[in-house]
Design a protein around this ligand. Structure first.
Ligand code: DAH
Length: 345
């Protein structure tokens, strides 16, 4: 029996030394300490021993059991430690490395500019209203003093969707009509209207068949061109800084009388002459005027009593000037840098 015990000790030590996995260790445990294991079998032999021998042999068997358990425990720890080490090596992170830049995204540059102007106008008591992009000819042209056959329609030739009744609006000005018709008894009317417009235009660096406008309308008693000028100054200084000058240049729009082009002094060259102002020192950023008496009448207002001003900007044009964007098509393609790079709005 003593011989058996020392043999068991020897062989289990060898086997455990060779083991590399916890699974193998479990198998070893079963083969020694399991129901049919070699140590368990020793207990059976113990029955045959004399009473005197039993005591010391029993102790020896218990000792070898403890010995094997300790051996397995130590080896299991060793295996687990080396597994952990391996894993740590595999998943090591160098925390001193610079992190990855995550683009958070930012508002679309046109949306941001529109919101910026909306805030300015809301602070002056204006409402922001929207109109449909598929518009009635009646509102897009006729009630704006552009009857069927009027030559000025040609300049805004557009897409008709249903005979000559419905069209993709060529301007945001029909929202003026919609608002005036709906609010006859609720003057003053103070609205701005941002939105998309469509024209049959050849697409190039400064033209697109689809673009964005911002319309403005104010109707009340005793509104004069001085009010228009003050409002124009405010927008200009807000967008381009207080040093920029403004001027009205005589123009024609069927729905305003008098009509003007809204010019600002060139913020880029300070009027010395550059490519942005085409050497003129001035940049046109929109059209405006006093609401034509016919338009007021068409919407049920008495021009003797009420007056108003209206204006319209091309939002892309403003953004192109403010952010030095060369090509209008940039707004409609997917180059994210155009939005991400400009965060001052
Ligand atoms: N609707 C004009 C256009 O698309 C822009 C415009 C000019 C709007 C004068 C106005 C205005 O309200 O008074 O060219």
């Amino acid at each position: 029996m003593e011989k058996d015990i020392s043999k068991i000790k020897e062989s289990v030590t060898k086997e455990v030394a060779k083991t590399k996995t916890i699974l193998d260790l479990n198998n070893i445990k079963t083969s020694y300490l399991g129901k049919k294991g070699s140590v368990t079998k020793l207990y059976e032999k113990l029955k045959e021993a004399s009473a005197k021998e039993k005591k010391s042999l029993g102790k020896d068997i218990n000792d070898v059991k403890t010995f094997i358990n300790e051996l397995l425990k130590t080896k299991a720890q060793e295996i687990n430690n080396s597994l952990l080490e391996e894993r740590l090596k595999r998943e090591a992170i160098d925390v001193t490395l610079p992190g990855l830049t995550i683009n958070n995204g930012s508002p679309n540059i046109l949306e941001a500019l529109i919101e910026n102007l909306e805030e300015l106008f809301i602070s002056m008591g204006y409402d922001v209203v929207e109109g449909p992009e598929i518009e009635k000819d009646l509102y897009n042209f006729e009630l704006l003093n552009l009857p069927i056959g009027h030559p000025a329609r040609v300049a805004q030739d557009t897409f008709y969707t249903k005979g000559e009744e419905l069209l993709l609006r060529s301007q945001t000005s029909p929202v003026q009509i919609r608002t005036m018709l709906a609010n006859k008894d609720k003057t003053p009317i103070r609205i701005i209207c941002p939105g998309k417009v469509y024209r049959r235009d050849d697409d190039d660096a400064t033209h697109s068949h689809e673009f964005t406008q911002m319309e403005g309308l104010l109707v009340d008693k005793r509104i004069t061109m001085a009010d228009l000028k003050g409002t124009f100054d405010l927008i200009t200084h807000h967008l381009f800084g207080n040093d920029v000058k403004t001027r009205f240049r005589s123009s024609f729009y069927p729905f305003t009388e008098p009509s003007v082009e809204l010019d600002i002094s060139c913020f880029n060259c300070k009027q010395k002459g550059c490519h942005i102002c085409k050497q003129t020192g001035w940049i046109t950023i929109g059209g405006a005027g006093m609401v034509h008496p016919n338009v007021l009448r068409n919407c049920g207002y008495d021009p003797e009593e009420m007056s108003g001003f209206a204006f319209g900007f091309g939002v892309e044009r403003l953004a192109m000037l403010k952010y030095e964007i060369e090509d209008i098509r940039t707004f409609y393609t997917n180059d994210l840098r155009i939005d991400v790079d400009r965060r001052d709005m």
